[in-house]
Design a protein around this ligand. Structure first.
Ligand code: MG
Length: 362
């Protein structure tokens, strides 16, 4: 048994690498919540979760007040037992975003320890399907970018051998959305995937209307057309269009995914390891989707998700939005248009302690 001897939580602010806007918000900064856990065999696991600009201090306080104090003395290899203990002990605030983000920081630290102890990389410990996974770009598709910028970004992704590019939609006029999409389709040809993302900005009626107008673009998916709470709206939309509907980045528990899948309200699952509560529930959601013959294309966090997409047979795409470069010593490897999961023991993210200390805010 490897007993947890100490644990601590802290908050690090990272500037965004470029301006990122969508139909409802801007990515202001990455509030990165870290948990480090040391065990009796001398290993230290580092886990993390994030927000895109608000709530990070609430996540940190949840960890410091309620979760971290329960860790000392526990067997670090009993990840399910620890996860359930933390979940049960915060029952009055679960399911909820703050608690799920806090749980994720602990859970990913425990998985880091598990992989170090196994002397194996996460992508193998979590399942081990194949190391290289297809990549699509979001970094060239933000809503404020001009049509020319969208076109040149998508061409660059295609020429680099990547599988696709995602463009934000939700301009006031659906004609403007359509013109931008058609310009990109014409530029990249018909062998390149184009995804769109409305960031929950539409009503079901408006999403059905826009999906109808987008049909000639031959989209790979239509992401978060509606608020995540509107499952029946997603169901109606999915029935009304041939475009696959993608959801998941705004869901904080396994059961929400089950309901979408059962009702046929989504056909691409974008489960985010930080928002769903860690690697432990992420894997469960991926397997749940597999049982429905549905692909998993996780939201953001490419530095971690590359290993999880590589772990499961239904992992389809990793989303390219680099965000950890200022606090890490390595970068996600890309070869022939594919992302390569790290082959080193642990999560495969080489943190830069000095850079982290410089940006520590709490
Ligand atoms: Mg999105």
């Amino acid at each position: 048994m490897t007993t947890i001897t100490s644990a601590q939580a802290y908050l690090v602010d990272i500037d965004v690498e470029t301006v990122r806007t969508d139909a409802v918000q801007a990515f202001l900064k990455q509030e990165t919540v870290f948990v480090s856990i040391t065990t009796s065999d001398g290993l230290t696991g580092v886990g993390y979760s994030y927000t895109i600009g608000t709530g990070g201090r609430s996540v940190l306080q949840m960890l410091r007040d309620h979760l971290v104090p329960r860790l000392e003395g526990q067997d670090s290899s009993k990840i399910e037992a620890i996860w359930m203990d933390l979940f049960a002990s915060t029952r009055a605030t679960t399911v909820g975003a703050i608690t799920s983000l806090a749980l994720a920081a602990v859970d990913t630290a425990l998985w880091d320890l598990k992989c170090q102890r196994a002397a194996a990389p996460l992508w193998k410990v979590a399942g081990g399907f194949r190391r290289d996974v297809p990549l699509y770009d979001t970094e060239g598709g933000w809503l404020h970018l001009s049509q020319d910028e969208l076109v040149s970004g998508a061409i660059a992704s295609r020429d680099a051998g990547w599988g696709g590019a995602k463009l934000k939609v939700g301009k006031a006029s659906h004609r403007e959305d359509l013109e931008r999409l058609l310009a990109v389709r014409e530029a990249v040809g018909d062998r390149f995937d184009i995804m769109v993302d409305a960031n929950q900005s539409m009503t079901a009626a408006e999403a059905i209307r826009r999906a109808h107008s987008f049909e000639p673009v031959d989209l790979f998916w239509f992401e978060e057309p509606l608020p995540a709470t509107d499952i029946s709206g997603h169901e109606r939309l999915a029935r009304a269009t041939t475009i696959p509907i993608a959801v998941g980045e705004s869901m904080y528990s396994i059961a929400q995914f089950r309901e979408y899948l059962e009702r046929g309200a989504a056909s691409i699952i974008q489960v985010d390891a930080a928002r769903v509560g860690g690697i432990t529930p992420w894997i469960k959601v991926a397997h749940l989707a597999e049982s429905f013959n549905v692909a998993v294309c996780p939201h953001f966090l490419m530095e971690l998700h590359v290993s999880l997409v590589a772990a499961v047979p239904n992992g389809r795409y990793v989303e390219h939005i680099p965000q950890l470069r200022s606090i890490t010593r390595n970068e996600m490897a890309i070869k022939d248009g594919h992302a390569l999961a790290p082959d080193t023991p642990g999560l495969g993210i080489e943190w830069d302690p000095d850079a982290i200390d410089d940006r520590r805010v709490a």
